[in-house]
Structure formats: C-alpha cells, structure tokens
Design a protein around this ligand. Structure first.
Ligand code: ACM
Length: 362
C-alpha cells in the first residue's frame, strides 16, 4: 500500500485550511462535489515547506518505497495570472506554467529521494519534463505510459478505458450506480498492460496495472464493493498472470466459487450478467435478426423477455441463439438477465432491434 498526497491540483481542502498557500487571497471552501478546480497550490517557498512537513509525516506512517504525489488535473489559469508564479518561472528560467509544474514536482522528488523514497505520479507529470527518477501512472489512455517507458521510466498502466472501476459496468438503465462511461467486466479482462508498441526491453518498465475505484458516485461501502467485484478479480488476473495463460472462458469457469466465497464474507459484489449480445440497439436490414447472448458463468442461466419487462427467474430460458422476427415498421426489444438462483441475479441488459425503413422525401 502506498499513499497519494495530491499536488499541486486537487488541493482545495489544503487551501481551505491554509489559504496562504494559494496564489489568490481566500477564503476557500472544501469542495463537496467532484471536479477539477482552478485553485491549485501556489509555488511559494511556504508551500514547499508545508508539503515537506506533510510528506515527513506521511513517510513516518507509510514505509512504502513509493509516495504518490498526484500531479493530475492542475489547471494553470491561476498560475498564469499570478505574479508570484510568474516570478518563479523567471527566476528558474522556465518556459511556461507546464515547466513550472515540472519544477514543482522535481523539487518534491528531490526531497523524497533524499529520504530514500521514490515518487509516482499521474501522467500529467510528463508535461513540462519528467522528474528524473519518477514513475508514471498512465491514466489518460496509454500514450503517457508508452512515452515514459521509452524514456526509461517505470510505469503503471491505469487507463480509464480498461481500469477505471468507477465507470458503469452494464446498462445504465438497470444499474444502481451510474457514472457516464462504461467499463464491463469483459473489457477489464481483455486488457494487456504491456503495450504492443514497446520493445521487450521497454516493456520491462511496465511494473503492472491497478484498478481505480474513485468514489464520487459511491455513497456506502456496499456501493464500493458492488463496483469493485468481480472486476477487481479481473484486474488481479491480468496483473499477475502472463498474457498467454489468460482466457476469458477460463476466468468465467473459475468465477462462481470465488463469488460464493465473497458471499461468505458478506461482500456486495455484482453478479455478472449478459456480457455480450445486447451491447447496443441495432437497425436491421430485413425482417429477422439473430441474437446470441452470453454470460461468463457457465452455471448461470440466461432468462429473457421480448415485451420490454425485466426478466424474472421464471421468464423464458435462453437455450440458444434467438431468431426474432421484427414487425413491419417496428422493433423488438430483448431484455435479459443471468440467474444462478433467487439470490444470485444479474442486473438486466436490453437492446432494441429496429427494422430499417425507407423514408420518402417530398
Ligand atoms: C485521475 O483520474 N484524475 C487520475
């Protein structure tokens, strides 16, 4: 386990307690909603003293080799308008505010290195020049990680596309926790942390991957468990087993005993549902469509409806591809769920198949 102390952005809580660390006079107020805030730490000497004091306390608490210093989502607007920040740019012979952030991170790195620790930061720390010994977490896609590995820096691959466990895992219409983007279990499992475009030597800089469970949309521990499991199991497998040993089918075959073990621990996991076949609504040429549904757990049954209602354990059982006739000028909706028994049912998944129509023009 390693701690993350965010800087210079995501620091409004610190500015609320210590407004003198800002570039503009306060007061500031701790945020109660999520988002990126333009009020970031000001690169003053007293800010560095404050950070060093905080990190000294953090080092006493965490024996980890790495300390995460954040570095992400730090808008430069306040620094652009601040005489203090502009004076530092001039004094240190920096090109712009990105180089100023780089200077900020390098200073903190130097402090931590002097205490035998290493820094890790989000991929924004590449902007304006990477601190000499820094490890990078590539979250805004994989390109930051690739650039860092090519520059002989270690990286942890954490792209939103495959590892953000705060993203919605199914059909938002049927999920209790909903956060814009979607990341199904299957997409997590499909992720290979070492990008193809790296050479074998560069690939050695990929230390691994991690699942991000940001909690803006999660109110309770049960919500967190629902978002974490079983996707965290997929993260563990892609992180800890070689690519050649991985198989989605095998993962599915091994899943049920793991979930039943979570039952015994009282963990509120999400029972996996129909992971393929109903990803999106479709416009179909012709009057028939074949819909093939799949769920990863072989012991589970898929049950479906064609009247738009949510399936129950007594709805029609799926036994093979559905050959559906679409009424003229109409559509058919498939709603499906996976069931093990009354206590183990997935959320629903639904898609509408609509017949293509020719529209007349006047
Ligand atoms: C991040 O999600 N801002 C690292």
């Amino acid at each position: 386990m390693l701690p993350e102390i965010e800087m210079p952005g995501h620091s409004v809580a610190a500015l609320t307690a210590y407004p003198e660390l800002a570039c503009k006079p306060g007061p500031y107020e701790v945020r109660t909603t999520w988002g990126v805030d333009e009020n970031i730490l000001c690169p003053k000497e007293e800010t560095f003293t404050f950070i060093e004091n905080v990190l000294t306390e953090v080092m006493a608490l965490f024996p980890s080799q790495y300390i995460h210093i954040g570095g992400d989502e730090a808008p430069k607007t306040v620094w652009q308008a601040s005489q203090i920040a502009q004076d530092v740019i001039k004094r240190e012979n920096l090109k712009d505010e990105h180089e100023l952030q780089s200077y900020f991170i390098r200073r903190v790195e130097k402090f931590l290195n002097a205490h035998g620790r290493r820094i890790i930061g989000w991929d924004e720390i590449l902007e304006g020049g990477l601190a000499p010994n820094a490890t990078v977490m590539s979250w805004r896609g994989i390109n930051g990680g690739i650039a860092a590995a090519r520059a002989n820096h270690d990286v942890v691959m954490t792209p939103t596309s495959n590892t953000y466990l705060d993203y919605n895992q199914g059909d938002p219409r049927f999920e209790s926790i909903y956060m814009g983007a979607r990341l199904p279990l299957m997409t997590v499992y499909a992720y290979e942390p070492i990008p193809d475009s790296l050479t074998a030597e560069q690939g050695k800089h990929v230390l691994g991957t991690q699942g991000q469970l940001w909690t803006e949309y999660m109110q309770t521990t049960r919500d967190m468990e629902y978002m974490a499991f079983p996707r965290e199991m997929a993260i563990a497998e892609i992180a800890w087993s070689p690519k050649a040993a991985r198989s989605w089918d095998s993962f599915g075959r091994r899943l049920l005993p793991r979930l039943l073990a979570l039952d015994r621990l009282g963990v509120n996991y999400r029972f996996p549902g129909v992971e393929s076949g109903l990803e999106k609504n479709q416009v179909v040429a012709g009057d028939t469509v074949t819909v093939t549904l799949a769920t990863p757990i072989p012991e589970a049954e898929i049950r479906y409806t064609l009247d738009g209602s949510e399936p129950t354990i007594t709805s029609t059982k799926y036994t093979g591809p559905l050959h559906l006739t679409i009424p003229a000028d109409g559509s058919v909706s498939v709603v499906a769920r996976a069931f093990l028994d009354e206590h183990h049912a997935s959320p629903s998944r639904a898609a509408t198949f609509r017949r293509a129509t020719t529209t007349s023009t006047r």
